[in-house]
Design a protein around this ligand. Sequence first.
Ligand code: GLU
Length: 220
Amino acid sequence: MCGIIGYKGTSDAKKVIISGLKALEYRGYDSSGIAYSTNGKYKIVKMQGKVSNLENKLSTDTEISNIGIGHTRWATHGKPNEVNAHPHKIGKTTLVHNGIIENYVELKNRLKEIYTFKSETDTEVACALIDYYANKSNNKLEALKKAQTMINGSYAFVIIFDDEPETIYAMRKNSPLIVAQKDNNFYVASDIAAILSYTNKYYLLDQGDIIKIDDKISFY
Ligand code: GLU
């Protein structure tokens, strides 16, 4: 299980997320990636190896982004390469994940009737499952709750949807996640180290909690 940071606020999300990922490097990882939005459209950039490789790749993009999610991966399912690195995107759903989906083979066998998988990861299967339910209901919370009942294993997910580009969702089971607010800046992370340079006040999500970050944090 490795590192996660999501951010929405008044600073450049790319910078906040890269600094958060660097603060999580001590945990060890094999690749990193980020999804960030400029003007409501998300870009995904992933790299094998050091977070500084990712940072270099991002440095050519000078547009300011105020929302995004980032990840350092420690591969459990699939090789440590760029395709398997997070974030994963299927349909309108993009997410990062810490943990292991124990029933991913069974879920994948069902979902491959509908989705084409690009990676070898358990994570992409969870992404497809959430996308499947997000397409069945306009209510993302209902979709996430439904996905929770289907997924066995451990997860901390931070999720964005193309049709709600200004909102971050997160949920966890058997893998930690914290959420924090400082003024108009919102942070969600797997470890306090990722956000300590901004705030030391945070809330540790309970098992099964779902949160929604828009212009406030809502807990479900
Ligand atoms: N099981 C996932 C993967 O192999 C997540 C690994 C992690 O927690 O970094 O991609």
